[in-house]
Design a protein around this ligand. Structure first.
Ligand SMILES: Cc1cc2nc3c(=O)[nH]c(=O)nc-3n(C[C@H](O)[C@H](O)[C@H](O)COP(=O)(O)OP(=O)(O)OC[C@H]3O[C@@H](n4cnc5c(N)ncnc54)[C@H](O)[C@@H]3O)c2cc1C
Length: 409
């Protein structure tokens, strides 16, 4: 829709083909239904892509339509927003209003919509004339913005990648981008349902590669929550490449380890009680002695792993650096974003295919994925703007454009 509005504002007559019965279904799910539409702390380093040219293209696309221009655009089309710690949401706190203002702007800009229309079987390309045909309709420019491969019921079913392949494009393997991580650690199920503020470090082949802090959510299979999502992209790719992946959790981030150990030491020896003028053993269990240091279920898990001599030291070590093997990750279909897609070294900075003139790409179907916090939608807005503007604006007939094609195609 962003690409469509932008192209229409450049004077093009624009038609959107959407295979669901409404536009922007995935938008409705975003930000737990509130839609975190961008982030004030925008930077290309919060994005990943699988090729060397990626960073330059991401930077140039974000710079052309950054978060300030994005918010000005949404304001202009009637959406009030608010910001909390850099994260931007609609004032309504309803994702549906973001979708609806965009759709309204498309209609007001003269964009035509064909719903329930899957272009996969309808699209044909006549190389000789450079014409894209969808059914009986012919077009001289096409923007593919078919999304990734997650949450298929919203319409992004990966058919866009297959369409791009028909034009000779290579696709970076679609893998889940923002997902929970799984462990096979014994006794992990004891932690089910725990939420804990913690620091988590990711290790690949024994080397620490990234860390993140915040609220971790424990499930029977593993860990979830924003800090985990932030590490998940690297973890998923490393597991996919057959590398050894581990996570180290510090449950007491910011606390002094020695002080905690001396507290644990003290609590472990407190076992006597004065009854009838005599000292007697109170018969406390280990858990009763140590309770109060950390969430009860975390203590259960740790006590199951430790015991015997030097217990206070072992417990404290676990609390500060609990190392677990990461052996799996959430399914692509339930990921918030797809990592992988059309390789950026096959598109120009204006997101036109270097293999086929007049073919542009936008959004998640390109090999770009961002961290949590409004970054993926910002990529959708910025890349939609870049593709819409280039496809319909001055760039299309500029000499600059000629330089981007391969093999004189
Ligand atoms: C649960 C969840 C929460 C999220 N929350 C946030 C958030 O708060 N902030 C954030 O920045 N990002 C969030 N994201 C990510 C964000 O929603 C996506 O990155 C973004 O929607 C990608 O936009 P897109 O236009 O590229 O693709 P999509 O939104 O997937 O749109 C692609 C469209 O193309 C259509 N299509 C596909 N194939 C065809 C075909 N063959 N023929 C016709 N039409 C076709 C689809 O039906 C769909 O409407 C979230 C994602 C999920 C799943």
């Amino acid at each position: 829709m962003m690409a469509a509005v932008t192209a229409a504002r450049e004077g093009a007559s624009v038609t959107v083909y959407e295979h669901r019965s409404e536009a922007g279904r995935k938008l409705l799910m975003t930000g737990n239904g509130k839609c975190n539409l961008t982030n004030r702390r925008m930077d290309a380093r919060y994005y990943y892509s699988g090729c060397a040219e990626g960073e330059h293209i991401i930077q140039s696309v974000l710079a052309e339509f950054d978060e300030t221009q994005t918010l000005a655009f949404f304001h202009e089309i009637g959406l009030l927003t608010y910001e909390r710690d850099g994260y931007v949401y609609p004032q309504s706190e309803q994702a549906v209003t973001v979708r609806d203002v965009l759709f309204r702007e498309c209609l007001l800009s003269g964009v035509l919509f064909h719903f329930d229309t899957d272009i996969y079987s309808l699209l044909n390309y006549e190389k000789k004339t450079g014409t894209f045909a969808i059914g009986n309709q012919k077009y001289d420019r096409l923007i593919l913005a078919c999304g990734g491969k997650s949450e298929r019921q919203t319409g992004s079913d990966g058919s866009g990648y297959e369409l791009a392949k028909r034009f000779g494009h290579r696709i970076g393997t679609p893998l889940p981008g923002l997902v929970p991580l799984y462990t096979g650690e014994s006794g992990w199920e004891l932690l089910t349902g725990v939420r804990a503020k913690a620091r988590i470090c990711l290790f690949v082949e024994g080397t620490m590669v990234k860390e993140s802090c915040g609220e971790l959510q424990f499930t029977a299979q593993g860990i979830s929550g924003i800090p985990v999502f932030e590490l998940s992209r690297i973890a998923v790719h490393s597991i996919y490449e057959g590398k050894r992946v581990e996570a180290e959790i510090c449950f007491l981030n910011g606390r002094d380890q020695e002080a905690v150990q001396s507290l644990a030491d003290r609590m472990l020896v407190r076992e006597s009680v004065m009854t009838g003028g005599q000292l007697q053993n109170a018969g406390l269990s280990l858990k009763q002695k140590l309770t109060g240091l950390v969430n009860d279920k975390i203590l259960d898990f740790i006590l199951q792993k430790t015991g015997g001599e030097g217990l206070a030291e072992q417990v404290t070590r676990f609390l500060f650096s609990c190392r677990i093997a990461i052996t799996g990750y959430g399914k692509l279909d339930h990921a918030q974003v797809t990592s992988g897609g059309i390789l950026l070294d096959e598109v120009s900075a204006q997101l036109e295919s270097r293999l086929c003139r007049g073919l542009f790409f936008a959004g998640e179907m390109l090999d770009v994925d961002g961290i949590c916090g409004g970054y993926n939608l910002q990529w959708a807005w910025s890349s939609g703007y870049a593709a819409g503007r280039a496809a319909a604006g001055e760039y299309f007939s500029s000499p600059l454009r000629e330089k981007s094609f391969r093999n004189g195609d």
